[in-house]
Write a protein that binds this ligand. Structure first.
Ligand code: GLN
Length: 274
């Protein structure tokens, strides 16, 4: 079978062309950036073992497994992260949160930052890569997730202090607390499409607000004067999160939209001294 025929077979299973190309490059041991090579060499032969492996991956993709789990890699903020079913797949929308974090950190030399519920380490590693002077801590309550984050930190040579903890338990004081916590409602219909990802990284009690509420309540005691709390939340939770922030004494509240134009992140600052 040549590569063109393999791609046609994947299309017949219902795979998007880009997914099929990326999986084929993966079984050939080539980078996802080599789609041009694939197009130029599509009359090349696919060895039988690779054909078998490709067919198996295509079946899993057709059954809804995220592409990132099958290729084992997901790019986030320009960083090639390794991911698997122990962590949520980092979303491009979360890059909005990183961009905002970098903006609030811009005027601060050697800022202290903590990422709560770091999963693959995406947010913490992106911040550390853009701000090598930052002291970045990242926590997760899942030991499995921390193992993924630790491997990413080591491979990318980005020193981030990783620790197993429940939100801000045992934490110090920071210039920025950032988090993409679980925020999906328990019976949300979207969970069907997210069934391959860890439920503990997605679902929160209390209409999806329980973890956001816990973080907002604990944050002021862990922020330096003028420190920021920036949070990602669900498509319809901006008003609720803003109210939580206001009630907890945050000022300069603002929000950011994701790539689909949905208000996806909200945050605020604790008062400066004096
Ligand atoms: N953004 C994810 C989704 O809805 C949810 C991530 C989360 O709960 N933090 O697909």
């Amino acid at each position: 079978m040549n590569l063109r025929e393999a791609l046609a077979q994947a299309a017949a299973l219902g795979l998007a062309r880009i997914d099929a190309q990326l999986l084929l490059l993966h079984v050939l041991g080539r980078a996802g950036t080599e789609r041009g090579w694939l197009v130029a060499h599509d009359d090349g032969t696919l060895p039988p073992a690779a054909e078998e492996a490709f067919a198996a991956l295509c079946r899993r993709r057709a059954a809804g497994e995220p592409l990132a789990y099958l290729s084992g890699e997901k790019e986030f903020f320009g960083l090639p992260l390794r991911v698997d079913a122990r962590v949520l797949v980092p979303r491009p929308d979360t890059e909005t949160l990183v961009e905002w974090a970098l903006e609030v950190l811009r005027p601060l030399p050697a800022p202290r930052v903590i990422d709560l519920g770091t999963g693959s380490g995406a947010i913490a590693l992106a911040i550390r890569s853009a701000r090598p002077d930052a002291v970045v801590e990242a926590v997760d309550r899942s030991a499995d997730a921390l193992a993924v984050a630790r491997a990413n930190a080591q491979r990318l040579e980005l020193p981030v202090h990783l620790r197993q903890a429940d939100w801000l338990a045992g934490a110090g004081r920071y210039d920025l607390i950032v988090s993409n916590p679980p925020y999906v409602r328990e019976h949300d219909e979207h969970l069907a499409t997210l069934r391959h990802e860890p439920r503990s990284a997605l679902v929160a009690q209390d209409d999806g607000l329980a973890d956001l509420r816990a973080i907002v309540a604990a944050a002021p005691a862990h922020l330096a004067p003028g420190g920021w709390l920036l949070l990602e939340h669900g498509w319809d939770q901006a008003c609720a999160v803003e109210a939580l922030l206001r009630d907890a004494g945050f000022s300069r509240l603002s929000s950011r939209k994701d790539l689909a134009g949905i208000t996806r992140c909200s945050g605020g600052q604790v008062p400066e001294l004096g």
